[in-house]
Write a protein that binds this ligand. Structure first.
Ligand SMILES: [Mg+2]
Length: 371
């Protein structure tokens, strides 16, 4: 049994090497929330609440996560004894929504649990792969610069190139990459930037032989995605739409998605992510782990999840130096010819560098179990 003695929240700011332009905004820094859980035996576990500073990708923000964690989620688990993280999930279930906040706390419990068993988180989640194929996501930029960036990442061996697109900045970017690299696995991510009026331009993406078109329409437009899927040869991948196991069922049943991008934060934690992976495997739907510009802690969780047997497409995981001037875990992550090794060390397989964490933390708060 593990008994939760203490939870610490850290509001952390990471700095991008270069601004990242997506369909919903330009990021120069990444504020994120780290969750540390300690038990009465001195064990530690780390999770990350992956909400952004502003509610653009999802409704949640770093501030709303902090509020819900401190007022509702952490009080439910302080002092609690558990033998498996599923018990933590069950305890958090009555609190509605706030999935990224929940996933941060649940993730810390999974890390604490797997470290205490001296097994890797990947193993604890049912992972079987020792290494995973990875792809890179490139922000919106000038076509010529984009092609230069693609050249660099292909040289480093990344297995798939994903390009962010938005209305007016789509065809010329995809055409530039496709003309230069006729055979590379190329995908586009629209981050819900298009509407039902855009079916003609979206259908024209078929020209580029994309492996998938990610989240073209609003997250709640299930029927729009279904109708668009009937017009396109390009498989539609849903990201923002899928925040629960029920959503995955709906997408499969309606035919709104041919592929699912799975992010443990977006769906409320590792346990739900594993369940969605299972459902996709039963329906032979390709699924892969997407990135949220996480710190090394969130990336370690995503890497562990990527080791599950049904994760059939390259994960959105990149080497430590790809986004950040400085990260906060040791060892860093590296990509070798398009593959990333899944750590077999206990838990998430990386340790948090307390010095780096201190330098990046803008506020922190400790919550102690009553004695
Ligand atoms: Mg996406």
């Amino acid at each position: 049994m593990l008994t939760v003695e203490q939870v610490v929240l850290y509001d952390v700011v990471l700095r991008f090497r270069q601004p990242m332009v997506t369909g919903w905004g330009t990021l120069k820094k990444r504020e994120t929330l780290l969750v540390e859980m300690r038990d009465t035996d001195g064990g530690e576990g780390w999770g990350e609440g992956v909400a952004f500073a502003a509610p653009r990708y999802s409704e949640e923000t770093v501030r709303t996560s902090w509020y819900v964690l401190s007022q509702f989620l952490i009080p439910r688990v302080l002092g609690m004894s558990f033998s498996h993280p599923d018990e933590i999930c069950a305890k958090l279930a009555p609190i509605r929504g706030h999935r990224m906040a929940k996933a941060g706390l649940e993730g810390a419990a999974w890390d604490l649990f797997s470290r205490s068993r001296k097994q890797s988180l990947a193993h604890a989640l049912g992972g079987t792969r020792r290494r995973v194929a990875v792809g890179v996501t490139l922000g919106i930029t000038e076509p010529r610069r984009l092609v230069d960036q693609v050249a660099r990442y292909l040289e480093q061996g990344y297995a798939r190139i994903k390009v962010k697109v938005k209305p007016g900045q789509d065809r010329k970017l995809l055409a530039a990459v496709r003309t230069r690299y006729p055979d590379v696995e190329l995908a586009a991510d629209a981050n819900a930037g298009y509407t039902r009026q855009d079916f003609d331009p979206l259908a024209s993406f078929d020209d580029f032989g994309l492996s998938m078109l990610e989240q073209p329409l609003a997250a709640s437009d299930w029927l729009g995605h279904r109708d668009l899927a009937r017009r396109l040869r390009t498989p539609i991948c849903l990201d923002e739409s899928i925040v629960s196991l029920d959503d995955a069922r709906l997408a499969i049943e309606l035919g709104s998605a041919a592929v699912i991008n799975l992010k443990p934060g977006r769906v409320g934690g590792d346990a739900t992510a594993v369940a969605i992976h299972q459902l996709c495997a039963e329906h032979r739907l390709p699924v892969w782990v997407g990135g949220m510009f996480e710190s090394g802690v969130g990336k370690a969780h995503a890497l562990a999840l990527s080791a599950l047997p049904g994760m059939t497409l390259p994960a959105d995981l990149t080497a430590s130096g790809r986004y950040w001037e400085e990260d906060l875990v040791n060892p860093g992550f590296s990509v070798n010819r398009g593959w990333m090794e899944v750590p077999d060390r206990p838990g998430i397989g990386v340790s948090v560098d307390r010095g780096a964490l201190g330098a990046m933390t803008v506020s922190q708060q400790t919550f102690l179990a009553a004695r």
